[in-house]
Design a protein around this ligand. Sequence first.
Ligand SMILES: Cc1cc2nc3c(=O)[nH]c(=O)nc-3n(C[C@H](O)[C@H](O)[C@H](O)COP(=O)(O)OP(=O)(O)OC[C@H]3O[C@@H](n4cnc5c(N)ncnc54)[C@H](O)[C@@H]3O)c2cc1C
Length: 507
Amino acid sequence: MTQQTPKVAIIGAGIGGLATAIRLVAKGFVVDVFEKESQPGGKLMEIRKDGFRFDLGPSLFTQPERVEELFTLMGERTSDHFRYRRLTNICRYFWPDGTRLNADADPDEFAYEVRRVLHIEPHKTSQYLNQAQRLYDLAAPLLLNRPFPTVEALMSPAGQKIGRNPWILDPFVTLHHRNQKTFTDPRLVQLFDRYATCNGSDPYKAPATLKMIAHLEHNLGAFFPDNGMYSIVRELTNLALRHGVRFHFGTPVERINRYSASGAVTGIRIGAKDLKFDAVVSDVDIHTLYNRGMVDMAKPLLGRNQALSTSALIFYWGVAGSYPELDLYNILFSSDYREEFKCLFRKKTLPDDPTVYIFISSRVVPGDAMPGHENWFVMINTPENTGQDWDTLIRKSRHTILDKIQNLTRNNIRQQIVFEHIEDPRSIEVRTGSYNGALYGNSSNSRMSAFIRHPNQRRAAPGLWFTGGSVHPGGGIPFCLASAKIVADNLEDQKTERPRDRQTMRR
Ligand SMILES: Cc1cc2nc3c(=O)[nH]c(=O)nc-3n(C[C@H](O)[C@H](O)[C@H](O)COP(=O)(O)OP(=O)(O)OC[C@H]3O[C@@H](n4cnc5c(N)ncnc54)[C@H](O)[C@@H]3O)c2cc1C
């Protein structure tokens, strides 16, 4: 790197790119963010139309301290700019047999509710959540907060502990297997299986390690920003701007330039211009980056054959009336979960009876809907886009979903829909640059998934870094924020010639 203030280009203003920009500017770098769209956010986006506001992507907000950390880092008080609340309910569940369960955010209350509705002794549920917590506490220092896999990580106290006894991470059985062994009621098994979908995976294939996701929601808590999910992006962008990050919207980066001999990064190409930078951080989906020729190197061998994560079909409906049987978050389960995942990952089509997720932000942010209306975000998981006849599938699914809502919640909303916007794997792919519309890059459908996720740096390309949901440690807002921290800390180490994990990067 040069001796002047080092210049870093960040490609993509998704949550990972934004957080990396803030962390790097805090460390004294000159930071330019290049975003192909006209506004920041990527998957974490919003639309405002006809009196409604919808968050287009994420709706669940966990580990808000990872956002707070960014304000603190810049010497600002989070509450001056960004406010959020802890939710008292995590989710309302509906099963086809008419069972309804309200998941209270208090783990003890939740365990008692499980007993009341499903007749499972509370200590069983509490034990499961405690195990999920222990697993997270063991895994986080190794798998979430540092580059991985590296020799240094594996030799660290956390790495050695897990190396001596890998069973503590429960990677050798599937999440479904573990849940089925733990609970006798298939509805509770399904409830905990669904956490595999939080990173686009299949509970019948993903390791039981993923039960730590249940810990994030049930033990650490579910939160919601007072002004909706997009306020995370808006306020982080403002924070970055206040501290000198330069944004270039509507500016797609075509290529990352490198020296042919050493492979070291020299900058980026935009249109016919080559711009010089000391380092480049890519927040672009990793498969798009390689497959669309944005970088002239081959994908790492490990992880090449891992299935992509799921995508989504989402109806954003402005609905007249109010529906007290629904909460902020609601899940209407399918009758055959195994078949649903077979459709998503093997048959690459939509199931006849999908699990339906309904998120109504106007419950918390009244301005998100016109008076007397609600804003329904109605989502089903879909396979990645491999050229399916989406228009036909969407027409069919719309009927199926409306029937399911009527059957399980007793609400016929067909005539109450006054606004509709639809996103499907094709539009998600175009808007966010996610390969085949997959929401989280690779799925975690193998016990080796943590080991074969794309690393945050490759030895073959000094000066090139990777952040965001398609690389280590994984998808979802908290993990994207974790990837930003890993990248910024290690990039700084290299600037100051204090190699930490750099020399041990294996790929
Ligand atoms: C429908 C949906 C629901 C979700 N639900 C949740 C949830 O409830 N909770 C949760 O935590 N997570 C959820 N997620 C996942 C979460 O949104 C993502 O993991 C996270 O937002 C990804 O951030 P990222 O940093 O990887 O960047 P992305 O959001 O993928 O953004 C990448 C950015 O790069 C830009 N870009 C791409 N190519 C170029 C180029 N050549 N030049 C310049 N810019 C480029 C894109 O335009 C985009 O802005 C959901 C995602 C979706 C889509």
